[in-house]
Structure formats: structure tokens, C-alpha cells
Design a protein around this ligand. Sequence first.
Ligand SMILES: NC(=O)c1ccc[n+]([C@@H]2O[C@H](COP(=O)([O-])OP(=O)(O)OC[C@H]3O[C@@H](n4cnc5c(N)ncnc54)[C@H](OP(=O)(O)O)[C@@H]3O)[C@@H](O)[C@H]2O)c1
Length: 335
Amino acid sequence: MKAMILDAPGGLDRIRLADIDDARAPAANEIRVRMKAGCINYHDYGVASGRAPTEDGRILLADGAGIVEQVGSEVTDFLPGDAVLTCIFPQWRSGPPQVSDFSQTPGDGVDGVACETFTGPVGLFTPIPRGYSMAEAATITTAGVTAWRALLVNGPLQAGETVLVQGSGGVSLYALQIAKALGARVIATSSSSHKLARLRALGADHVINYRDEPEWGRLAHEWTGGKGVDHVIDVGGPTTLPQSIEAVKIGGHIAMIGLLGGLEAKIPMIPVFAKQIRFQGCLNGSWQDQADLVEFLATHEIRPVLDRSFRLEELAEAFRYEESGQHFGKIVIDI
Ligand SMILES: NC(=O)c1ccc[n+]([C@@H]2O[C@H](COP(=O)([O-])OP(=O)(O)OC[C@H]3O[C@@H](n4cnc5c(N)ncnc54)[C@H](OP(=O)(O)O)[C@@H]3O)[C@@H](O)[C@H]2O)c1
């Protein structure tokens, strides 16, 4: 089969198309899936670029959707012909956090889904939402589940609350759509006026250009009538935390999601104590979180925002496009 693999030590010019033997039949608790679509995320980019070293010859990509071809003798959850979607942590079924690494995550600790057929443990898959295309489904695993866990499980978000989402990336767009579907008010930030208009069209109640308005946290706080926002989806880390702290209400929740601004943060401690802020680190979610989100997306008729699609062989180009920051929504891979 065709697969996109990474030669050690990584780097986008070391991604190449390979012909790999895929004759292995699924073990008792495994299923074999004909992959149809994948989706790229920062984590995959970290692996592909060599910043998060992996094994020589690793097949890339964590998020993918496809059709079950064959099931192992003990599998009862799926049948050949079912549409399925990978999850990030097959070892985390449900409940509180149980993992802190990517040792069993496709495209990192184990081979990923940038290939024609993928065989893995049944616990690595959920169904896809009814009515979703394969490309739409493939966007759920990393971006969707992280937004869901941050808002619904860790939040937990209540109708009428205010959520601040940063930038127009995959996690923030899912958080915006989920929050609006649950009756929350959403403040969205972006570096581009064109993207702000699109965020408005998706339902954002208030938008702020974080490039033109470096004090966007104070502006968000003012927009809430001086109360502050209930939940912040923080994707910038060092570059956004001081303003996230400005924006949040007394006793509010800052979901620590991303590191777009770097790995080490300097934060003002006095407002952290004074506001009694709850910081909650979030690392994707459990199998159950993904299954709950799949159900939620189907019943609330939320459609993910797709940006561009690339062919499997164009995976390195897809990463370069992600690097350019032009995208609005998810970049998908047609397999
Ligand atoms: N913890 C987890 O489980 C988890 C899961 C998924 C992602 N993440 C992390 O979350 C972050 C976002 O991921 P994503 O997939 O949503 O990214 P993405 O789709 O690539 O989007 C990132 C967007 O964030 C905005 N942005 C870029 N640099 C920024 C900065 N320094 N400060 C504020 N905003 C900035 C830009 O929006 P505009 O162009 O609109 O300005 C950019 O398009 C990444 O660091 C990723 O590694 C973490």
C-alpha cells in the first residue's frame, strides 16, 4: 500500500511516499480500516518537522477516517462497512486524565493513518457523526475533542456563560461552534480582519483583532460589562496568558491548550490570586469524550470548517501550508 513515512531525524523534506506491506490480518481485538481522509494538526507537524522525534520510517498522522474492511475474532463494536474515526489515546477509555504521553498515538508512538489501510486496536476507533463526509469526520479527533474536553468536561460550560476563543485555528473554531450550540456568548480574536468577519459569520458575538489591540484581554473584560469571561480557550501560552488573565472573571477558567507563542510563560501572579483563576491543562480527551462529541455534532447539526484539501502524496505541502498560517479551519488529506 501507499504510505507517507518520515525518515529520521525528521524535517518536512524528509517525508516521502513509500510502498509498505499491509498483508497483516487484524488480531483478535483489532480492525483493519481502508483510510479515506486524514487531517493535520500541530502535533503531527511537531513530529514531521523533527521537533518531536519519532522512529525512522514512521507513518505520519494521528487523525483519520475510513471504512472498516475486516474485524478481528473478538470485535463486536464494528462490522465491515462501518465508518470509523481514530482517537488519540486508545489507552484512555473514559473518566479523569490517565495519559501524559503519545506512546500509543498514531503518527507518533505508533504508525499513523497517512496510508491506504490501517490496522489497530478496536479501542482506537469511534463511529463518525451521521451525515458527515470522511473529510469532515477526520477533523474531529484532535481539534474537536480538545475543545469538547476543555469546555464540556473541564469547564463545565453552562448556557449563558461567555467563552473567549483565540485565533481561527481548529480548536478555537470547534470551541466557538460547540459553545454557540450550547447557548453561550463567544468572543473571538484573530490577527486578520478578513478572518474576524468569518468568525462573526460562524456565530461569534464579539470579535477583536489581537494584532491591532494588544490589550484585547481588557477589551474582552469590558465587553462583558466588567464581569469578565467565564472560560478562555488559551492557544498561545506565553504570548496570550497575560491577556487571558485580564479577560477572565473572578473564579473563571483558563483552558491551557496551546503553545503557539512558545514553551515558557511569564505571568502576572497578583491577578491570578486575586481572581482565584482556575488553570486547567488539557491534553485531548478520552475515547468516551470523542464518542460523546460525535453524538453531539450529529444532533446539533454542526459542520466543521474545512479549509483546503491535499492529496496523500502532498502531505509535506499540506504542512508547509499550515506553517504559512493562511488557513481558516482544518487542512485535510484526501487518501
Ligand atoms: N492540548 C491539546 O490537546 C491540543 C490539541 C490541539 C491543539 N493544541 C495546540 O493548540 C494550538 C492551536 O492548535 P490548532 O490546531 O487550533 O492550530 P491552527 O489550526 O494551526 O491555528 C492556529 C491559529 O491560532 C492563531 N495564532 C497563531 N499564533 C498565535 C499566537 N502567538 N497567539 C495567538 N494566536 C495565534 C492564528 O489565528 P489567526 O490567523 O486568526 O490570528 C492561527 O491560525 C497549538 O499550539 C496546538 O499544538 C493542543
